[in-house]
Design a protein. Structure first.
Length: 135
């Protein structure tokens, strides 16, 4: 599993008791090296940016063709804290930050059940994108 694309779409200010929020679009490229098709009942992962946990993503029902790949898209709404606001402002300004996606997955093995595998570091790298209009 690799992050194919990660983009901060926008940041919102706190409004009427709602926290400031980062809206992130995430594309995951999921590969199957096996000669048989596989169904993952669930992929669950934690997004870590600049060493700080910022949110969780869950992707259900991933069907992988034999020796193939699929792209799964997820939209995350991440409440911003005092600790993560600075990091997301860096991203919004087009500055580089490090990221990591840690998690596990549940394979659907039919009558054998749905065992969970992991934890793993699925992907890590540098997140840099063009600057966006703030708020």
């Amino acid at each position: 599993l690799q992050i194919q694309d990660i983009r901060l779409a926008r940041l919102s200010l706190p409004v009427l008791g709602q926290p400031a929020t980062a809206f992130v679009n995430l594309e995951l490229a999921v590969s199957n090296p096996n000669p048989v098709a596989v169904r993952l009942a669930e992929i669950e992962a934690q997004l870590v940016v600049e060493g700080q946990y910022v949110g969780r993503v869950t992707v259900p029902d991933v069907n992988l063709p034999a020796q193939g790949q699929t792209v799964q898209r997820a939209q995350l709404q991440l409440p911003l804290t005092v600790n993560t606001m600075t990091t997301f402002l860096q991203i919004a300004r087009g500055q580089e930050v490090s990221y990591r996606l840690d998690g596990s997955f549940k394979a659907d093995l039919g009558p054998l059940g749905q065992p969970r595998f992991g934890p793993f570091t699925f992907s890590q790298g540098i997140w840099k994108q063009p600057a966006i209009q703030l708020f």
